[in-house]
Design a protein around this ligand. Structure first.
Ligand code: NAD
Length: 250
């Protein structure tokens, strides 16, 4: 039997690259699609048959060519949308260029990706699992996060609709909602939030870590293991769900 083939969009990033590694460790074949060079990520994966392909998720035709009915990646069994970008700032001073950038990558790109998958599944109905990266910021808003939260709340709504539509093909869609992940994206956010509040980056990170009773940040691998479960055929009873990867309330 051939290995399960998973395409990880945004797989050159901090979280996407670890998702790719965990999938490969579990015997899956991984194609990493990103607008950043993913060749080093792919070279480090255990097993064989992995590939890196260039993709800009804001290019609808490019997404369709990669994943649509005549997918250039060939047959796939699961898709992960881990592309994303962040912006923090109060509503009163929103940078509208940043709004466009964040909403285009985090939400519109995901919709291009979902549409390409729908057309592929319509042409070739099968068991297939789609995992979208939302965030705990896609479930609960907080001051300073209006732009990012709008994209991540929107992504959960999109995922739920998509899951309903592709069920008839035997396919599924779910979202993961990680909390504060020990990652460069979170460090950049901590620096920006800290500057706004007159607090150091390290102190802000400590506040993020203390937001749950775990009193620590979540490790990227802890996120990747949940994504691997959702991408696998072990989770065929789950669709339309938002899975939180975070500690309990303090
Ligand atoms: N880091 C966290 O604490 C955290 C928490 C919750 C959710 N998330 C979400 O997890 C996902 C991954 O985050 P990360 O920390 O790995 O961020 P990251 O910046 O390390 O990775 C994001 C990846 O997306 C790619 N990307 C951006 N724009 C693209 C485009 N137009 N076309 C193709 N690829 C593009 C980047 O090249 C990068 O490889 C994001 O959706 C993020 O919002 C992150």
């Amino acid at each position: 039997m051939s290995a399960r083939h998973v395409v990880v969009v945004g797989g050159a990033g901090a979280i996407g690259s670890v998702v790719a590694a965990v999938l490969a460790e579990q015997g899956m074949r991984v194609t990493v699609a990103d607008f950043a060079d993913a060749s080093a990520v792919v070279a480090a994966l255990p097993g064989s048959g992995h590939a890196a392909v260039p993709l800009d998720v804001t290019d609808r035709e490019g997404v369709l060519a990669l994943l649509g009915p005549d997918a250039s990646v060939g047959h796939y069994d699961a898709l992960v949308y881990a592309a994303g970008t962040n912006y923090t700032g109060p509503v009163a001073t929103t940078d509208w260029d940043a709004w466009d950038r964040v909403l285009t990558v985090n939400l519109k790109g995901a919709a291009y990706f979902g549409q390409a998958a729908s057309l592929n599944l319509e042409a070739n109905p099968r068991e297939c699992s789609i995992v979208y990266f939302s965030s705990t910021a896609g479930l609960v808003g907080e001051g300073g996060a209006s732009v990012y939260a709008s994209s991540k709340f929107g992504l959960i709504g999109f995922m739920q609709c998509h899951a309903s539509e592709i069920a008839r093909f035997g396919a599924r869609a779910n979202a993961v909602c990680p909390g504060n992940i020990d990652s460069p994206m979170l460090r950049t956010l901590a620096a920006q939030v800290g500057e706004r509040n007159g607090v150091s980056t390290e102190e802000t990170l400590a506040q993020f870590a203390g937001a749950t009773a775990f009193n620590r940040l979540i490790d990227i691998r802890e996120v990747a293991q949940v994504v691997a479960f959702l991408a696998s055929a072990a989770s065929t009873g789950m669709s339309g769900q938002s899975v939180v990867i975070d500690g309990p309330p303090n």
